[in-house]
Write a protein that binds this ligand. Structure first.
Ligand SMILES: [Zn+2]
Length: 277
């Protein structure tokens, strides 16, 4: 083997090892959807997924060969209210959001702007506790509501001690200014790949719609590796943010950072109107 080849193989194997261990860390730490580490590892890879051109969502299954992007229980979906099954379970979802959780980091990972939290806030969903890890944004929305597309979708990613994921999804439409969105945006602009360490208190309760009616179904991450088995909780009522706030978010993210609608494939979407607080 030539010296050049040896160096190549050493580099290749080292890269694979680094990818494995960072991947394993990310899985255990729950830094899932669109994590900064995923981005920084892949940014030199020309075939890394994106939202435009030859690496856009329609090619993810092909270019992310070890992903579940071609699976049958994928997200997002079109949630048709008429077909949603009212669930008999009440108090399925409990919120344990403190009025002063600490925001620790803001990141532009090249796919979205993401805000990470110190541990403390959590939800209990179907008897399991899930910690709030991060909040990020999509423009326009990924989930359709009976065919209607909202301008913004906010994902609150929660991870359990067993590394299972529940994402709370809040749709946003334009109107009055939102104080909590204003707080997030006070750390913008962020250039692609840039992050800021922050230390400010935040009340996630203010981000939730007043009416806590929600749809739930079993789906996937909406970005590669499109891992299935994700619990989705999508609030029926959108929140209101101003046009300027929506535009500021948009200018800090790649254009159209949403995945298109995925087939339901016989999955049931439940409607929970119990308004638990
Ligand atoms: Zn998302």
């Amino acid at each position: 083997m030539s010296k050049l080849k040896s160096i190549y193989f050493l580099f290749k194997n080292t890269s694979v090892n680094i990818l494995f261990w960072v991947g394993a860390f990310c899985f255990l730490a729950g830094c899932d959807e669109s994590s900064e580490d995923q981005y920084s590892l892949h940014k030199t890879n020309k075939k890394h997924w994106s939202y435009q051109g030859e690496t856009s969502p329609e090619y993810w299954e092909e270019i992310e060969s070890n992903s579940e992007c071609g699976g049958t229980r994928q997200s997002p979906i079109n949630i048709i209210d008429f077909n949603a099954v009212p669930t008999e379970k009440s108090e399925q979802l409990e919120f344990h959001y403190s009025s002063e959780i600490q925001l620790k980091k803001a990141i532009n990972n090249g796919h979205t702007v993401q805000f990470e939290f110190m541990s403390g806030d959590y939800i209990i969903y179907n008897g399991t506790s899930y910690n709030l890890v991060q909040v990020h944004f999509h423009e326009h929305a990924e989930h359709l509501m009976s065919g209607v597309v909202y301008p913004v979708e906010i994902h609150l990613v929660h991870v359990s001690s067993m590394n299972t994921i529940t994402v709370l999804s809040i749709l946003g439409k334009e109107g009055e200014e939102s104080e909590v969105i204003e707080l997030f945006e006070s750390f913008l602009p962020l250039k692609m790949g840039e992050s800021k360490t922050i230390d400010v208190k935040c009340d996630i309760n203010q981000l939730l719609p007043l009416d806590r009616t929600y749809y739930s179904y079993s789906g996937s991450l909406t970005t590669p590796p499109c891992t299935e088995g994700v619990n989705w909780v999508v609030f029926k009522e959108p929140i209101i943010l101003s046009l300027e706030e929506a535009q500021k978010l948009k200018s800090n993210m790649p254009l159209d950072n949403y995945r298109f609608e995925q087939p339901l494939n016989g999955r049931v979407v439940y409607l929970n109107s119990s308004n638990t607080f």
